[in-house]
Design a protein around this ligand. Structure first.
Ligand code: SF4
Ligand code: SF4
Length: 276
């Protein structure tokens, strides 16, 4: 069983081709620019969202908050008022439940991508799901991760996964700590291991003003990707405040001209591997 924040039946931005994306609840980093902080924690049933839902879609049953999809207006007030960076809308599903959805849609899909939150926290579910997918379909299996995983777990996941997408918040350890609260040693070790196994499909870096947008950081991160291998795509993404809570919630979108400059620095180093 796993906590599932949401499932998108068809997306073209979460790996190669047309994919079903499964966003899982729970995360082990606390990135200041996170645009879905409601995926961080499990619900503690405090009831704040129940009080604020104008549609009666949330209610208590046996001391637990329940959600009625049919009454929901999708206003996201519940998410905005939650003091716990959670949501009352996630579901508990088995690998078999998610597999059935993928199987039913398999003719319209190239693959399935697990994302989050940090999906690898629920790695046993992933192992079971990906095994089912591999045994019964031709769909490819991808994982979108922050890379902060125990090495033993990563090794298990590699056996059933066709590709990984890593978020690399910063190469400079101090910048990484400022952005996420953790250093990046474990993440880099994992990223390099996945790269050596030929499975590092994409690396993404969100540029946040004053945190990881210096020329030095962009150059170093691009050189790092360049030396890593000759196949991984690198994607620079400008910060946007949408969904962000806390310290950076009032920060403006990353400046277009500055982004262009960062993009060109990286492009010089990586040339064809930099994605728009
Ligand atoms: S979703 Fe948030 S606000 Fe609602 S009961 Fe759970 S913890 Fe409280
Ligand atoms: S999004 Fe949340 S607050 Fe809005 S109607 Fe649905 S359950 Fe209620």
């Amino acid at each position: 069983m796993a906590y599932i924040n949401k499932i998108i039946l068809k997306t073209f931005i979460d790996g190669p081709g047309s994919r079903m994306a499964v966003f899982m609840q729970g995360c082990n980093l606390r990135c200041k620019y996170c645009h879905n902080p409601e995926t961080w924690n499990l619900c503690i049933h405090c009831g704040e969202c129940v009080k604020n839902c104008k549609k009666g879609a949330l209610f208590f049953e046996d001391g637990k908050v329940k959600y009625n999809k049919d009454l929901c207006a999708k206003c996201d007030v519940c998410i905005n008022v939650c003091p716990n960076n959670s949501t009352p809308k996630y579901e508990i599903m088995s690998a078999g439940d998610v597999y059935k959805i993928a199987y039913y849609n398999k003719d319209f899909l190239d693959g399935i991508t697990l994302s989050g939150g940090e999906c690898t926290l629920q790695y046993e579910f992933i192992l079971e799901l990906f095994k089912l997918i591999k045994e019964n379909t031709k769909l490819t299996t991808f994982i979108d991760t922050n890379g902060y995983i125990e090495f033993d777990i990563l090794k298990k996941l590699i056996d059933v996964t066709d590709g990984f997408m890593f978020d690399l918040k910063a190469l400079n350890s101090e910048n990484h700590i400022k952005l996420t609260g953790y250093d990046n040693e474990k993440i880099l070790k994992n990223l390099e291991y996945v790269s050596k196994n030929g499975l590092l499909y994409e690396v993404r870096t969100v540029l946040v003003e004053g945190f990881n947008d210096s020329e030095d950081e962009i150059e170093k991160i691009s050189e790092y990707i360049y030396k890593l291998n000759s196949y991984t795509k690198f994607k620079l993404i400008p910060f946007r405040p949408l969904g962000v809570k806390g310290e950076l919630s009032n920060m403006e979108s990353f400046d277009k001209e500055k982004f262009e400059k960062c993009y060109n620095i990286s492009k010089k180093i990586l040339k064809s591997r930099l994605k728009d």
